[in-house]
Design a binder for this molecule. Structure first.
Ligand SMILES: *[C@@H]1O[C@H](CO)[C@@H](O)[C@H](O)[C@H]1NC(C)=O
Ligand SMILES: *[C@@H]1O[C@H](CO)[C@@H](O)[C@H](O)[C@H]1NC(C)=O
Length: 388
């Protein structure tokens, strides 16, 4: 019987089928044979699925965010490139020369400058910022809320520590705003609510048309000479983004040159709105520092991880364990175990893994170097943080 022989041969290679269908093989019917092969496939496929599907789901649960970040170049285009404005500076160049190098003209007197921030808990970085800008800023404006953007009650950290900032007292407009504490709301709603309140506080501080207004987060610090240039020159753009050097945890971990959210505006009543997104194409290069998560104490890292608008990044509670946070800081790794946010595979792959240490402390805020003992944790080779 040629059919039976053929059946036998095909079965030999198929152990599962032999076990399951051994009895039926005697009938040697073509239909049985097909059914048998199919059943064998079914069981193997079933076992495979039973193992693969749960492990895939578990893998996606653990790494889903990474997978979507890695595939980002497929579904998201990079934003429109900026109009990059070269920045010229030397401490010995005169202001007239500097204005001219940028294609601007020197003014008879400098514009007034307002520096306005929404404050959360960045006390050390705030001191460095205000000392850096102090010679050039006419009025500092600070607003703090008793709610984080994520709706957690918070102490008024600035108010509790205001003696440390008495050096700006005559030039400070300080305001508080009550949190709304709406449960389950997108944190960006509370954030924009606070920015609107900052607009009102600015008017209260006496800002008027033609004054310069710095819009940036506390940890986005324009260099003093940049603000001095902008206040002394005419012909500068109405709105100008500042390209800052991006650091993480301290000035030891230089990430990239891609911080652009900080901006300087010529204030126009009724038109200028405090914002932290892209507002124009013009970008002045090398205009300062952006030091993210540059905290002295581990408890401040934990507070910030829970408080900021990207709180969804804390996907597992062990992310908040102090020993893990300390380890991540010293390695220059990512607190949220995320992939680099980039738009091309080349850039994502180039940035994978921890940030290499830098041993340069050249061109940093002056106040930091003048008080190196107090701010040692921000300098290269000092990754250990105060516990608690
Ligand atoms: C800068 O100016 C000072 C004082 O005029 C001068 O002594 C110094 O040599 C100058 N430095 C450079 C690098 O040109
Ligand atoms: C926040 O501040 C407002 C106004 O001072 C107050 O009424 C409210 O009770 C405060 N909320 C919390 C949670 O501290």
């Amino acid at each position: 019987m040629p059919e039976a022989a053929g059946y036998y041969n095909s079965k030999k290679t198929d152990d599962i089928c032999e076990e399951v269908c051994g009895q039926a093989s005697r009938a040697a019917l073509t239909m049985t044979r097909i059914r048998c092969v199919l059943r064998g496939v079914d069981i193997r496929a079933f076992i495979l699925l039973a193992i693969l599907v749960p492990s895939c789901l578990f893998g996606i649960y653990l790494h889903g965010q990474k997978i979507s970040y890695f595939l980002r170049p497929l579904w998201e285009r990079p934003p429109k490139p900026f109009n990059n404005i070269p920045h010229y500076y030397h401490e010995n160049a005169s202001m007239a020369e500097l204005c001219k190098l940028h294609g601007w003209r020197i003014r008879d007197s400098p514009r007034r400058v307002f520096d306005a921030v929404l404050f959360s808990n960045e006390l050390d970085i705030l001191a460095i910022r205000w000392h850096e800008l102090r010679p050039y800023v006419s009025e500092f404006v600070l607003l703090e809320s008793n709610s984080t953007f994520t709706g957690i009650p918070k102490p008024l950290f600035f108010s509790e520590n205001k003696e440390a900032f008495s050096f700006v007292k005559p030039r400070l407009t300080y305001g508080t705003i009550a949190g709304r504490f709406v449960k389950g709301e997108n944190p960006f709603v509370e954030e924009s609510y606070q920015r609107v309140a900052l607009d009102q506080l600015l008017r209260h501080a006496g800002i008027s048309d033609g004054d310069l207004l710095i819009m940036s987060d506390v940890d986005e610090i324009p260099s003093g000479h940049t603000i001095n240039l902008l206040r002394w020159c005419d012909g500068t753009p109405e709105i100008l983004h500042l390209q800052l050097r991006n650091f993480l945890y301290s000035f030891e971990f230089f990430l990239d040159d891609k911080s652009w959210r900080a901006s300087v505006h010529k204030y126009r009543q009724g038109k200028t709105r405090y914002a932290h997104f892209r507002q124009t194409d013009d970008l002045l290069w090398d205009a300062g520092w952006h030091c993210s998560f540059c905290f002295r104490r581990i408890s401040e890292f934990i507070f910030k991880m829970k408080a900021y608008s990207h709180v969804d990044r804390v996907r597992f509670s062990y992310y908040l364990r102090p020993s893990r946070i300390q380890e991540v800081i010293c390695k220059g790794a990512d607190l949220f175990d995320m992939l680099p946010e980039e738009y091309t595979f080349k850039e994502i792959i180039g940035k994978l893994g921890p940030i290499p240490s830098s041993f340069s402390a050249v061109h940093l805020p002056a106040f930091l170097l003048q008080n190196a003992d107090k701010y040692r944790f921000l300098l290269p080779g000092n990754c250990q943080r105060e516990s608690g």
